[in-house]
Design a binder for this molecule. Structure first.
Ligand SMILES: *[C@@H]1O[C@H](CO)[C@@H](O)[C@H](O)[C@H]1NC(C)=O
Ligand SMILES: *[C@@H]1O[C@H](CO)[C@@H](O)[C@H](O)[C@H]1NC(C)=O
Ligand SMILES: *[C@@H]1O[C@H](CO)[C@@H](O)[C@H](O)[C@H]1NC(C)=O
Ligand SMILES: *[C@@H]1O[C@H](CO)[C@@H](O)[C@H](O)[C@H]1NC(C)=O
Ligand SMILES: *[C@@H]1O[C@H](CO)[C@@H](O)[C@H](O)[C@H]1NC(C)=O
Ligand SMILES: *[C@@H]1O[C@H](CO)[C@@H](O)[C@H](O)[C@H]1NC(C)=O
Ligand SMILES: *[C@@H]1O[C@H](CO)[C@@H](O)[C@H](O)[C@H]1NC(C)=O
Length: 566
């Protein structure tokens, strides 16, 4: 344990000083304690708890389909500046690289443990066993629905992965929702046979006579994460829910499933801790979403064909770079990314010339940066215009949405799936950079899947790194621009993030944090407001007031929304 996590913040400054004196003989503790002292005292949140500012959806898909970029600039000019500037002196803040020190080490042990947990889960609750259960057992069995549409891939994939994570926590089977008999992104993604479709569950429900013989309706309970006053994510013991199907709706990023880490019922918290680890132990949190993807999805044949075409000799890349550029040609973004790739290459200590794959929402970007990276690495990217495969005959299989075309640029959207599965073959590192928003859901999922792919069951592999590349101009006001919950650095965006940083190339968590319990995590005012609507009173540095949450939950009226299927 390097850092004291949330417990630390509950100490008053006096206690900290006493502790410091007691411990200062212990050299090992000295550094940590000094950091604790330097961290400013928890201040009350600077916004009142009863104001909930409805925010537009943070949906941030990075590729395929992008939200419009209106909110960011206004956020950056938020009036909180004067309040945060009082704590932005250099000793009381960290750079992104300093924040990333927690994520430098390997999480292989934690991830392998979760891999086993997931495997046991699907052995027990996978479709092949459950569909053969005798009727009286089948009719008592529980399911979780993971349902996605075909908007931005990152957000939609997180909806399915949240369903999968919840199925593990609740010991239920997973249903992946289809639309008119088709899986989400079904032409590009194959789904493994561990999950059910709703059609099959309905069929089995009838065949087993669950209603006729056992009087059990097929009912789905729906909980909408996007409606904070109604969701039961923090206040209810979902393991006690009787409805055969549960749908946790509106879960577009890594955050929603991790809300259970602070649920008031110990049983729910334990289930969440088993899967996600402890929110204050940032350095030891497993690659949950990567491990889930490894079990659930693979590229379709058409996509796989294109990936193989890019790789040519079949050797997987060492490094992937994802740059979300929104068609901008920021020179500084290129500079920072080149520097970051160079740092990774040096640290890898490879004997041969490393192989680097470049993917971007802006196809011309790969050509721009290639000469700079090919000075020290072999560069590959998917030149879709030159590809003649089955997939390229069908340019517009996903409906194109004109108003978002400027985000995506001129490439057809299927290219993003080839890019995704290509980049997720990286053996050693994924680097995420951007014109503005670094570590979007799309980049997170590339890194998570690559890390899971590279983690062999045997113990000799090199460790895997996920890095974020920030050009200095993105960090003028610290990490404040990383406002959306879909961004991996959002939980670090508050007052502890230093202003005016130089270019950063920072180790990044494979599991984006959902709470603010780490040493350098702190919320932005907007998130303090947003959490208030969930009944969570966050301190200025992100500590949850558990007593207030308890009393919020005891007075909360239990809202139950269900839908009768059979
Ligand atoms: C999970 O459910 C199965 C039945 O499907 C049961 O045998 C098992 O004990 C449950 N495990 C836990 C941890 O609740
Ligand atoms: C499910 O898929 C796995 C791996 O692809 C395969 O080994 C297994 O036989 C399949 N099971 C069923 C019931 O189809
Ligand atoms: C890139 O973004 C900057 C800042 O928003 C803008 O001034 C510039 O014109 C953009 N460049 C391109 C090529 O879009
Ligand atoms: C990248 O290479 C081009 C052409 O070789 C050069 O003009 C540019 O300055 C380089 N950019 C960086 C960031 O090194
Ligand atoms: C890098 O490789 C050299 C030669 O193989 C070796 O001596 C050195 O210890 C390696 N460094 C690291 C950090 O692995
Ligand atoms: C491409 O399509 C043709 C004709 O439908 C089919 O025979 C072939 O197997 C496909 N190739 C791949 C890689 O799916
Ligand atoms: C891992 O080790 C086991 C036992 O030593 C061996 O049977 C297996 O083939 C190894 N797997 C890989 C992927 O190397």
């Amino acid at each position: 344990m390097k850092h004291g996590g949330s417990r630390r913040r509950r100490l008053s400054v006096q206690t900290m000083v006493v502790v410091f004196v007691i411990c200062s003989a212990g050299v090992g503790l000295l550094m940590t304690m000094t950091m604790l002292i330097l961290r400013p005292l928890d201040t009350p949140p600077n916004t009142s708890a009863d104001v909930f500012l409805p925010v537009e959806n943070d949906v941030d898909s990075s590729q395929l389909l992008e939200e419009t970029e209106t909110e960011t600039e206004t956020e950056s000019e938020s009036e909180s500046e004067t309040k945060t500037s009082t704590v932005s002196n250099p000793k009381r803040c960290a750079t992104v690289e300093e924040m990333g020190e927690d994520f430098k080490g390997s999480v292989r042990e934690e991830s392998l443990k979760v891999r086993k947990l997931i495997q046991r889960h699907f052995d027990l609750n996978g479709a092949s066993r459950v569909r053969n259960l005798p009727p009286e057992q089948f009719c008592k069995h529980g399911f979780v629905l993971g349902k996605a549409s075909e908007a931005g891939f990152g957000n939609e994939m997180y909806k399915i992965l949240t369903g999968a994570a919840l199925s593990v926590m609740l010991n239920r089977s997973l249903i992946i929702g289809q639309t008119r008999g088709k899986y989400p992104f079904g032409e590009y993604i194959s789904y493994s046979n561990v999950s059910f479709t709703l059609e099959e569950v309905k069929h089995l429900w009838r065949r087993n006579g669950c209603l006729k013989k056992y009087g059990r309706h097929l009912v789905m309970r729906i909980d909408d994460f996007e409606k904070p006053p109604q969701t039961n994510v923090l206040c209810s013991n979902w393991r006690k829910w009787e409805q055969p199907i549960i749908w946790f709706q509106g879960t577009t990023d890594a955050v929603a499933a991790q809300f259970f880490l602070k649920n008031v019922h110990p049983e729910m918290r334990n289930a969440a801790n088993d899967l996600f680890g402890h929110p204050e132990s940032l350095h030891a949190r497993p690659n949950v979403f990567g491990e889930l993807m490894r079990v659930l999805i693979s590229p379709s044949e058409d996509v796989e064909e294109a990936v193989k075409w890019v790789l040519g000799n079949g050797v997987d890349p060492d490094i992937s770079l994802h740059m979300r550029m929104l068609t901008n040609r920021s020179v500084r973004a290129v500079q920072a990314a080149v520097k970051c790739i160079r740092k990774v290459v040096n640290s890898l200590n490879l004997t041969s010339r490393p192989k680097t794959v470049i993917v971007s929402d802006t196809p011309s970007f790969a050509k721009t940066i290639t000469p700079n990276i090919s000075e020290f690495a072999e560069v590959l990217y998917f030149d879709y215009k030159a590809f003649r495969g089955n997939i390229s005959h069908d340019v517009n299989r996903l409906p194109s949405l004109e108003f978002r075309a400027k985000d995506w640029g001129p490439a057809p959207r299927w290219v993003a799936f080839v890019d995704f599965f290509l980049a997720s073959r990286a053996k050693h590192a994924v680097v995420s950079g951007a014109f503005r928003r670094v570590g979007t859901t799309y980049a997170q999922l590339i890194a998570a899947l690559a890390a899971a792919n590279s983690l062999g069951d045997n113990s000799t592999d090199l460790s895997f790194s996920f890095l974020s590349s920030f050009q200095s101009n993105l960090l003028t006001g610290g990490l404040r621009l990383q406002v959306g919950w879909g961004h991996v650095w959002n939980r670090f965006a508050g007052p502890l993030s230093c202003h005016h940083q130089s270019h950063q190339c920072a180790f990044t968590p494979l599991l984006p944090p959902a709470w603010w319990d780490g040493l350098w995590e702190s919320p932005i005012p907007r998130d303090i407001n947003r959490l208030a609507a969930f009944g969570v009173h966050l301190s200025g540095f992100g500590t949850v007031d558990e007593n207030r949450l308890q009393s919020f939950c005891s007075s909360k009226k239990n809202s139950v929304k269900t839908s009768l299927i059979i």
